[in-house]
Design a protein around this ligand. Structure first.
Ligand code: HEC
Length: 422
């Protein structure tokens, strides 16, 4: 009798258990909202996820990549300051829908009644006021990763604010990520010289717009852009001031792992304004001793920690910040920078009253997915507070030698670039 009851119970549970999610009703809304911007024919990702057949072919991989948080690419976990704008991460429920769909045999459902697509997270640019293109097409020569800088001459003759940036990749199969740097004043002449010295379009550069050249001057990050993320508008109406006569350096990372090397001529689109409610500037937070060669990473070592806690404002001044931070400043967004030995990165705000707030944590650093993490609300740094940046490195590649700070790909960096306002 007891066995019969158990059997009955099992039958009832099965009959009433929630039916498997279907592709068109449950899965497609997630894929179209969070994946298809990259996973489309001709897109940056290696395969499409834009049809039932395409998604079914890689169902198990979709579950693995989303459960483990590799996809969609977003390296940050939660923080203590209200989260981020435009966070594309899937919720636990959305991940569960994908897992149940695959476990349930990947039923197609009714194509005539598709579920509502998730709201896109990237808003795109409200307006395109200026488009600057690479002067010539370039075909990557260093495989599989080619880091190449191109000079974009800033055409405006009056001070102008950039309020948003979008990229238009010339060859989506190989454009992996893009960083834009601002070189102002006297130094603005160097990148065009380096370009002219190199016979091939652009010039080689890995860590930043100098490459490994001896000239060093304050580098100003303007922003970063990843294919697939349509247009990045700076938070809260802010803008970065570009003085006339500046050079904008476009650092392209080409990856030929997914596409054969072919010519690319990427263009960048800008939204501009003559005035903005708040001036923004990226200010790099790092320890100057590191740059002087005091960031040793021994050969074959793991879990090498370099950490720095300080009031960053005097360093910001030395590095040419346009902001007056005497009364403190707002953290608006953070872009972390390490090279390929980086494993984890963190930025903390230590308030004068001893509270500690996590601003950004990247538990699995990936050099290939560097992006701007915009804070949902600005976070105030007041006099008396300190920031702490923490980088953890592994140096265990076969044959890896002792490493230290530097611009080359086998050298390292540890920088929290902080998009700030007054
Ligand atoms: C910003 C572009 C982008 C978005 C958005 C994106 N992908 Fe990807 N995806 C890639 C690229 C590029 C690769 C190739 C591997 C790499 O470069 O990391 C990839 C690789 C993959 C892989 C194979 C490698 C792995 O890590 O498992 C899977 C599976 C995958 N993506 C699933 C998804 C799913 C599911 C989504 C949405 C929830 C998504 N991707 C969103 C760009 C993207």
């Amino acid at each position: 009798m007891r066995a019969l009851l158990a059997l009955l119970a099992a039958v009832i549970v099965t009959a009433c258990g929630s039916p498997s999610p279907t592709f068109h009703q449950d899965v497609r809304p997630i894929l179209e909202g969070r994946c298809v911007n990259c996973h489309v024919q001709g897109g940056v990702a290696p395969f499409a996820l834009d049809s039932y057949a395409a998604a079914k072919a890689v169902g198990a991989a979709v579950v693995d990549s989303t459960q483990k948080g590799r996809m969609p690419p977003w390296l940050a976990t939660g923080n203590d300051v209200g989260g981020f704008l435009r966070d594309p991460s899937l919720s636990a429920e959305q991940k569960e829908v994908l897992a149940k769909w695959v476990a349930g045999g990947m039923p197609e459902g009714d194509a005539k009644r598709p579920g509502a697509v998730l709201e896109p997270v990237a808003g795109g640019l409200a307006r395109v006021d200026l488009t600057l293109s690479m002067p010539e097409a370039y075909t990557p020569r260093t495989l599989p990763d080619d880091y190449r800088c191109f000079v974009l001459r800033w055409p405006k003759t009056t001070p102008t604010y950039v309020t948003g940036v979008n990229g238009v990749p010339g060859n989506s199969k190989i454009v992996h990520h893009v960083a834009l740097y601002l070189v102002e004043g006297e130094a603005a002449k160097f990148p065009p010289q380096w370009d002219a010295e190199d016979q091939v379009p652009g010039y080689e550069c890995f860590g930043g717009p100098f490459g490994n050249r001896p000239q060093q001057f304050p580098v100003k990050l303007l922003t970063a852009w990843l294919p697939g993320y349509q247009g990045q508008t700076f938070p809260r109406g802010g803008g970065v001031l570009i003085p006339p006569g500046s050079t904008v350096v476009l650092q392209m990372h080409y990856s030929t792992l997914e596409g054969a090397p072919g010519p690319d001529q990427t263009a960048m689109q800008f939204s501009l304004a003559d005035s903005v409610p708040r001036t923004l500037a990226y200010q790099p937070f790092l320890k100057f001793d590191w740059v002087a060669g005091m960031m040793p990473i021994p050969a074959q070592a793991t879990e090498v920690v370099h950490e720095h806690r300080a009031d960053p404002r005097s360093n910001f001044g030395l590095l040419g910040s346009p902001l007056n931070t005497t009364g403190g400043f707002n953290l608006e967004a953070v872009m972390f920078h390490m090279h390929t030995k980086g494993r984890r990165g963190e930025l903390w705000l230590h308030k004068a009253d001893k509270t500690r707030l996590k601003v950004l944590e990247i538990p699995r650093w990936d050099f290939h997915w560097q992006q701007e993490y915009q804070l949902a609300q600005p976070v105030r740094f007041s006099p008396g507070d300190e920031l702490r940046v923490r980088c953890v490195f592994d140096n265990v590649e076969p044959g890896a030698k002792a490493s230290n700070w530097g611009e080359n790909s086998d050298e390292e960096m540890c920088v929290a670039n902080i998009l700030s306002s007054e």
